[in-house]
Design a protein around this ligand. Structure first.
Ligand code: GRF
Length: 220
């Protein structure tokens, strides 16, 4: 059984989607730990509710990123992670951390990468009058929001969209997408090797793409 460690900083709605997808049998994996850099992250409560081991390591207690990342690595290794899942973890990771978990570290980002790396992705997509938007799951390399893209979920942008309505819809795309990718990794349909992604043993040249259904309900 694939062992996942999920890193969060806040609400943890993606964590919840993963917990639910495992509970329903859709993702054949086990979350062996949830780690937050914030003590009050609601995601820690979600982990407790699901009886998943969890911890918080406050980044402010450390002199530098290297020291913080070393302590995180020790905790994650103790949980024997096969895959480290970044789900709204709001700290930049050091190259040592990324190298330690090479081919085992994935992130979800609220844009169709390589567009809109960084923050305020929904606002920027609206300002640019884009007609579609979405989210990406990618393998993590040392560059921010970089690394081979595994899969994307796409939603249209409607004329009446605000930053909030768009963000809510992209969030639903995320809750759909992360379980899909984790299922692929758990069944080995998807593999990450030497910083490249393989789908059914062939190199993946384009991200796996899903177009979101428009009739889903917005759960805020
Ligand atoms: C998501 O929008 C994710 O794309 C970004 O951080 C947010 C986390 O949301 N990296 P949640 O904590 O899972 O609700």
């Amino acid at each position: 059984m694939l062992k996942l460690v999920v890193l969060i900083s806040g609400n943890g709605s993606n964590l919840q989607a993963i917990i639910d997808a495992i509970a329903s049998g859709f993702v054949p994996a086990k979350i062996t730990g949830v780690l937050s850099n914030k003590a009050d992250a609601y995601g820690l409560h979600r982990a407790q509710q699901a009886s998943i081991p969890n911890a918080h390591i406050d980044h402010r207690q450390f002199n530098d990123r290297e020291e913080f990342d070393r302590v995180m690595i020790a905790q994650i290794d103790q949980w024997q992670a096969d895959i480290v899942v970044l789900a709204g973890f709001m700290r930049i990771l050091t190259p040592s951390f990324v190298n330690h978990f090479q081919d085992r570290l994935i992130n979800i980002h609220p844009s169709l990468l390589p567009e809109y790396k960084g923050l305020h992705t929904h606002k920027r997509a609206l300002e640019d009058k884009r007609t579609s938007h979405g989210c990406s799951v990618h393998s993590v390399t040392a560059e921010l929001d970089d690394g081979p893209i595994i899969a994307q979920a796409i939603t249209p942008i409607f004329p009446h969209d605000t930053e909030e309505t768009l963000a809510n819809r992209v969030h639903l795309c995320e809750h759909f997408l992360y379980p899909q990718v984790l299922k692929g990794l758990a069944t080995q349909e998807i593999k990450i090797q030497d910083n490249s992604v393989y789908y059914e043993l062939k190199p993946l040249h384009q991200p796996i793409r899903y177009v979101a259904q428009l009739d889903f309900e917005v759960d805020t």
